[in-house]
Design a protein around this ligand. Sequence first.
Ligand SMILES: O=C1CC=C(NS(=O)(=O)c2ccc(-c3ccccc3)cc2)CC1=O
Ligand SMILES: [Zn+2]
Length: 164
Amino acid sequence: QYVLALPGWEKTKLTYRIVNYTPDMKQADVDTSIQKAFEIWSAVTPLTFSRVYEETADFYIVFVTGAHGNCPRRFDGPLGVLGHAFPPSDPFRGNVHLDDDENWTASLVQFNLMLVATHEIGHALGLAHSGDPRALMFPNYKLMEPIDFPLTQDDIDGIQAIYG
Ligand SMILES: O=C1CC=C(NS(=O)(=O)c2ccc(-c3ccccc3)cc2)CC1=O
Ligand SMILES: [Zn+2]
């Protein structure tokens, strides 16, 4: 009986750690933005995400710039790529890196952390980019109105194809 290599995580109870903070925002706003980003995905999947503080976690939210640690990818200074994350099939899975050469906000001013974090967490859960310009997994950042943007059906179809 072969084990199906699911493109997603093999468990539904997942944990995340906020490793460091950006100087652009109040720490409480970072906490809230990240929590909401995870909630968006847990609302449409059987997945749950709980925050841990010291021990190992499934997801690490890290603010970094340029070349960072042993990460195979590097950032490009202000603008350009805002973040990157690794799919569940990748040995770096769970790492969600945000480019701290960007200006991070909790408002409509770019770049809204919750928006970008939701996109990157979508990747970390196994989603690729979407062709739907309204989708959260669309490759280009654009501010969504209103700020409590809903997932599009395209995003929901994508994540439910993996976690059903
Ligand atoms: O794998 C990649 C490669 C390039 C990326 N570009 S980005 O960091 O500028 C980015 C682009 C779009 C978004 C986004 C799109 C729709 C809604 C919310 C965010 C977030 C980040 C993001 C990414 O995850
Ligand atoms: Zn990285």
